[in-house]
Design a protein around this ligand. Structure first.
Ligand code: ACM
Length: 627
């Protein structure tokens, strides 16, 4: 039995300090050790100095350290290794080694791994600060509506449809409520019980996606279109659910609510490449989004670490590209350890997820990340690499060597045709997200074929200009299939793309205004506030990454992407929460990181700033469903 303990030594700021590893033999037999491998987002740099072992190499987050010849670890003994020169100074516990294993005479032995304890002088608090004050009013609505006028409250009520139209509508919302809160009390009845209130629905001229609720002896939900109808019924369902499940909440006896969304785009992004999430959980996430009146699911399906989307005619993309493991082209990278991780969706699962979203008013925006972030694709289709390109001629920010697909290879375009055909077939949404982020500036610099392609296209051979020419060609291919391009904010660099694109401003708050000025439609996803994988407090014990900053709940809630921007251009489409999944290896971690920040982004997307209230949100967000 082997256990890896670790600690951070902040010694030398010039090299970001050092990571000390101690591998203990906690069993009762000696163990021969050839090599230790571990995975960690705290990565040694290329100039790393290793004491106590030999640096054998690193593939992104996986590091291999050789043991001295004939090394044997006796019971109770440990092997100490120190690596100095690291990519970052760790600021949270989860940045240390996540998994480890050794090779012992050709056998793999997995190790348990201790947490990275705080280095001297590093604060361990505060961690996530999610107060639970008593609600200001005894009613639960999240997002909060534009106009709210209810003053009298009574006991919980079951909703009783008065006619066939209301009944059909309400049964769908009751089913959503049951899926989200299977153990909760019913909120709908078909019987004329004393604790029920009649509910009717009626069409009316209202703003897009808007609804009104009138409460008296009956509840009337008025709607302008199908989305408004659903939002209105979900609002009544939220009120009924809180009143029936928490004694602090009541059902209004009279009042009026008039509501419509602030923004068209109220999105959630989910990265399923770093850690996979199955179809059933994704459907539950869509249910949770609908309960928050969110309407765009941005599904990040491919990255360096895995390719999860089935493509007609290219089964190797998901077979090879959907598998990480020892002896596989893609090695373990995160908490999965030596056993690796396998996962991809079937065509039917993708269709089911898209259909499930549509049944809840949620459009699915698929993302295939191009041209960078493509280690998995290149592992599955190695003939797409230029064999004359120098190996490891550049590394992406995440440490992947030569990970951009090559526009100078004719085979690239054949594969892209197949990928775009499948995307257009599976996803009815108007836009397809093609990434465009984090292409290393030395990409293609040693590829003769890429340079020849740039020459043919009459663009400079810099990474930004090649990327932009590449994206424009991809955009045309999407347009040929009746789709428009969506991409990360880098798509505006190096010459930009067609302004009909939707671009996602992630690198800074300032990008939102800059992209709008360039004429793009913009979705605000600034990493500083809306990346749900960022730590939620300064404390060391917080799980999460910190590269975009610490994102405490109240700062996330208070952030207004539209502040200081002109309201009338229609260029700010909306807001989106993004969940990158390097550290999201279980449901509990997802929930800890996502909630209530996902709810905060939902309210930012819907509620006018003048109607927002942090204490009310803090109270009500505890009632929202989790994964
Ligand atoms: C991104 O966070 N690389 C879009």
């Amino acid at each position: 039995m082997l256990r890896l303990e670790q600690c951070y030594l902040p010694d030398d700021p010039a090299t970001n300090g050092a990571l000390r590893l101690r591998l203990f033999n906690v069993g009762d037999q000696p163990v021969a050790i050839d090599r230790l491998s571990y995975t960690s987002l705290l990565r040694p740099n290329a100039d790393v100095v290793v004491q106590g072992g030999t640096f054998l190499g690193r593939f992104a987050n996986k590091v291999d350290i050789g043991a001295p010849d004939g090394f044997e670890l006796a019971p109770g003994q440990h092997w100490e290794i120190t690596l100095s020169s690291l990519n970052i100074v760790p600021r949270t516990r989860t940045l240390g080694a996540l998994s480890a294993w050794v090779m012992s005479k050709g056998e793999v032995i997995d190790c348990t791994v201790g947490d990275l304890p705080p280095a001297n002088g590093i604060s361990t608090g505060p961690i996530k600060d999610w107060p639970n004050p008593d609600p200001e009013l005894p009613i639960c609505l999240l997002p909060w509506p534009k106009h709210f006028d209810c003053a009298t409250y009574g006991p919980a009520r079951l909703l009783r449809p008065v006619d066939d139209q209301a009944r059909a509508a309400l049964m769908q919302i009751a089913a959503l409520h049951k899926r989200l809160f299977p153990a909760g009390a019913d909120i709908v009845t078909l019987d004329d019980r004393a604790d029920s209130i009649a509910l009717r629905t009626q069409a009316k001229t209202l703003p897009d996606d808007g609804y009104e609720i009138d409460i008296g002896t009956e509840v009337t939900v008025s709607f302008g279109n199908a989305h408004g109808w659903r939002h209105g019924l979900i609002a009544v369902a939220q009120i009924a659910h809180a009143a029936s499940s928490d004694p602090r909440f009541r059902f209004p006896t009279s009042g009026h609510i008039q509501d419509s969304p602030r923004h068209d785009w109220r999105g959630v992004h989910l990265d399923v490449a770093r850690n996979f999430m199955g179809a059933d959980q994704i459907k539950r996430l869509l249910d949770i989004m609908a309960w928050h009146r969110m309407n765009r699911f941005h599904w990040h399906l491919t990255d360096d670490e895995a390719w999860r989307l089935p493509i007609k005619g290219l089964p190797e993309l998901t077979d090879v590209g959907g598998t990480r493991g020892l002896g596989q082209p893609l090695t373990p990278q995160y908490a999965e350890g030596s056993k690796g991780q396998r996962g991809s969706y079937s065509f039917q699962e993708v269709r089911d997820i898209v259909a499930h979203g549509l049944s809840l008013g949620i459009e699915t925006l698929p993302e295939v990340d191009l041209p960078g972030h493509n280690t998995a694709l290149l592992a599955a289709l190695p003939h797409l690499a230029d064999s004359d390109e120098q190996s490891e001629s550049y590394h992406s920010i995440q440490g992947y060597p030569n990970n951009a697909i090559n526009p100078g290879m004719p085979e690239t375009w054949v594969v892209l045709e197949q990928i775009f055909d499948t995307l257009a077939d599976l996803f009815p949404f108007t836009h397809v997200h093609l990434g465009g982020d984090e292409v290393d500036e030395a990409s293609w610099s040693t590829s003769p074929k890429a340079r020849a392609w740039a020459h043919e296209k009459h663009v400079q051979a810099s990474a930004a200009t090649i990327q932009s020419a590449f994206m424009r060609d991809c955009q045309q291919m999407l347009q040929n299939r009746g789709r428009q391009l969506a991409g990360w904010d880098e798509c505006a660099d190096g010459g930009g793309v067609d302004p009909q694109s939707i671009l996602f401003a992630w690198r800074s708050r300032e990008k939102i205004a800059a992209l709008m000025q360039d004429g793009y439609t913009v979705v605000a996803t600034p990493g500083q506030h809306y990346y749900l994988d960022m730590a939620q407090g300064e404390g060391w014990n917080n799980p999460g990454l910190v590269w975009a900053g610490i994102s405490p709940l109240q700062a996330c809630y208070d952030y207004d992407a539209g502040a200081g921007l002109p309201d009338d251009t229609g260029k700010l489409a909306g807001v989106q929460a993004c969940m990158w999944s390097e550290l999201i290896d279980c449901t509990a971690r997802f929930n800890y990181m996502a909630f209530p920040r996902l709810s905060a982004v939902a309210e930012a997307g819907w509620t006018p700033v003048s109607q927002k209230s942090w204490p009310r949100f803090a109270a009500l967000s505890h009632l929202m469903p989790q994964l």
